[in-house]
Structures are given as structure tokens and as C-alpha cells.
Design a protein around this ligand. Structure first.
Ligand code: PBG
Length: 336
């Protein structure tokens, strides 16, 4: 037997990394990554014309809020220590240009005013800056005569949306439509209207993903077809860095990678390159996947949730949008 170890062959193990895993206190001491409630942002849906929240079937635990239940959810989020709320509106009326997205009394604008008056500056109030919740064809922009998404005509609609959202009290806008030039165009419109302090959390890297499925139910999307002409191809990593350079040059205050779990490599690349804070969006299908497996008893739900959040921070995100934000914040606080 060799002096270094007990093994019969070559004296292995020579080194024992397991020493740092022996007790919970030891593991806690050497943990490199910690998730904090302040890292978390809650995405929430508010639907026009309902008095009681309506459950989203494919996202157990998530609802379409009424205006009242959204106010309560915002207070809960603040109490749990969550940093922000990202609002999505579900209007009664949809049309080709998404008129409700720019109406000063559209559901999203009303909800922004409600939440801002309820919680003030205690959380960062964000709104989705995209047309797909408001258009009857379900695309993120307006269509040209041949039915294609018209990039530059859409920018004008985004600028109008940005102004009504900023007027309604949003602190931060989330342009998520993947139109070229959207960040710069909206930034210029905000500045021209005196909204210099309204910031932008750009959906910089956004892939065409099968994992958006449950979200489409949550916003009652009528999309037929797909978003392959504007969202990124899952096969590509390089263009993520191109989109990053463009969005930062155009004035993005923060940048986002979306979805999360299937794109941790991209998140790492973006986090290494970016000189602005980097967020990640753990999307509806990622949520549904864990909830469904947990419901079947196939995985430990809480451990799985915290493990996914930890993976995002380890990959370089400082901010995480997750439908579990409030519950996770409570779990993290309870764990100390
Ligand atoms: C576009 C938008 C989408 C999501 C957030 N913003 C839908 C899409 O791009 O198809 C998806 C979020 C999720 O799946 O949780 N407004």
C-alpha cells in the first residue's frame, strides 16, 4: 500500500476532492454560485374583462390575472423580495395592427398604472414591448401586402407602444419582437418624448423555440405559422454576439438571452462579452416541463427549480425572469 492512499493500483486516489463535500456547512462555504431573491423577475399576464384570475392550463400555478389580482400579485412579489415584474397584456379585441397595444387605455397600459400606483418604485415595473399579444394574426409585427412581417413599419408601431407604456408608468421596456433596429428606434422615440429615464431590457438573443408553447395559451395567441423569419435559428450561436453588439450600440441598458436551459452555452458567451447586465428568461415550456414531471412524481420539484436557477447564474446571468420568482424567492429566504 502506498503512503498517499489505500488503493491497490498506483496509490489512487492521490487527491480527494470529496473532502470539500463532507458536510452541509463545508458545501455552503465553498459554493461559488448563490441565487438571491433580488436576482428574480416575475413575468405576469393580465387579461382584459375578467373579475377573477383564470388558470393557464399548460402552466400549473400560473394565471391570467384580473386587474385586481395583479395588484395583489405585485404586492406579494415585493414582499417576497423579487426585483421586478414583466407584464404581458391579453386584450379582448385583436386586429391586424394590434391597436390595443397603443391605446392609452389598453389593458397593458391600465395594468401598468394600477401596479405603479400600488407599489410605486418598490419593484422595477417592466412591460413587454411587442405586438403578438395584440394582433389577430399573432405575429410580432405588422404584415405587408404579401403577408410578411414588415420590419420598418413595425418599428413605428413599437415606438408608439413604447410611449404609451412609458406614459403609463413602466420603468423598463422589454422589446421582444426581434425586429432589426428596434432598440435604437425605440430609444430615439423615448428620448424625443422626454422619457430619457425609461430604460430598456432588450430581448437581444431570442431563438425560435418549441418551448414557447404554453405562453401562446397564456396570451391566447392566434399565431398560425411560425416566427422563423425574425427569431434566431437554434442552430446558430455566432449571431447571438452580433445581436449583442447591435443592441448595446443602439442603447440597450440590459440584455437578455431567451429561452434559458437549451441555450446556456449562448448565455455564457453573451455574459463573457457584455459590459451591461445580462438576464435570462426561463420560458413557459421550461416551467411546464418541470411542473409536469414533478406532478408525475418523476422529479423533486423544489430541487429541480432551484437547480435550474443556479445553472443560469453559473452560466453568467445576473437577472432571471421566471414564473417561479415569488415561490423561489421564498424558498431561498427560508434556506438562508
Ligand atoms: C413575445 C414574447 C413571447 C414570449 C415572451 N415574449 C412569445 C414568443 O416569442 O413567441 C414567450 C415567453 C414564454 O414562453 O414564457 N411577445
Amino acid at each position: 500500500m502506498s503512503p498517499e492512499g489505500s488503493g491497490a493500483y498506483g496509490g489512487f486516489p492521490h487527491v480527494r476532492p470529496r473532502r470539500l463535500r463532507t458536510t452541509a456547512a463545508m458545501r455552503r462555504m465553498v459554493a461559488e454560485t448563490r441565487v438571491h431573491p433580488a436576482d428574480l423577475i416575475l413575468p405576469a399576464f393580465v387579461r382584459e374583462g375578467i373579475d377573477e384570475p383564470v388558470p393557464v392550463g399548460s402552466m400549473p400555478g400560473v394565471v391570467q390575472h384580473s386587474r385586481d389580482s395583479l395588484r395583489r400579485a405585485a404586492v406579494e412579489a415585493v414582499e417576497a423580495g423579487v426585483s421586478g415584474l414583466m407584464l404581458f397584456g391579453v386584450p379582448l379585441e385583436k386586429d391586424a395592427v394590434g391597436s390595443q397595444g397603443t391605446h392609452p387605455d389598453g389593458i397593458l397600459q391600465q395594468a401598468l398604472r394600477d401596479v405603479r400606483s400600488e407599489v410605486g418604485d418598490d419593484l422595477v415595473l417592466m412591460s413587454d414591448l411587442c405586438l403578438d399579444e395584440f394582433t389577430d394574426h399573432g405575429h410580432c409585427g405588422v404584415l405587408d401586402a404579401r403577408g410578411r412581417v414588415d420590419n420598418d413599419a413595425t418599428l413605428e408601431r413599437y415606438a408608439e407602444m413604447a410611449l404609451v407604456q412609458a406614459d403609463a408608468g413602466a420603468h423598463m421596456l422589454g422589446p421582444s419582437g426581434m425586429m432589426d433596429g428596434q432598440v435604437g428606434y425605440v430609444r430615439a422615440a423615448l428620448d424625443a418624448a422626454g422619457h430619457q429615464d425609461v430604460s430598456m431590457f432588450a430581448y437581444t438573443v431570442k431563438y425560435t423555440s418549441a418551448f414557447y408553447g404554453p405562453f401562446r395559451e397564456a396570451v391566447a395567441s392566434s399565431l398560425s405559422g411560425d416566427r422563423t423569419t425574425y427569431q434566431q435559428d437554434p442552430a446558430n450561436g455566432r449571431e447571438a454576439l452580433r445581436e449583442l453588439a447591435l443592441d448595446v450600440a443602439e442603447g440597450a441598458d440590459m440584455v437578455m438571452v431567451k429561452p434559458g436551459l437549451p441555450y446556456l452555452d449562448v448565455l455564457r458567451d453573451v455574459a463573457e462579452e457584455a459590459r451591461v447586465p445580462v438576464g435570462v428568461y426561463q420560458i413557459s415550456g421550461e416551467y411546464a416541463m418541470v411542473e409536469a414531471a414533478a406532478e408525475k412524481g418523476w422529479i423533486d420539484r423544489e430541487r429541480a427549480i432551484l437547480e435550474t436557477l443556479t445553472s443560469f447564474k453559473r452560466a453568467g446571468a445576473s437577472t432571471i425572469l421566471t414564473y417561479w420568482a415569488v415561490e423561489a424567492a421564498r424558498l431561498l429566504r427560508a434556506a438562508g
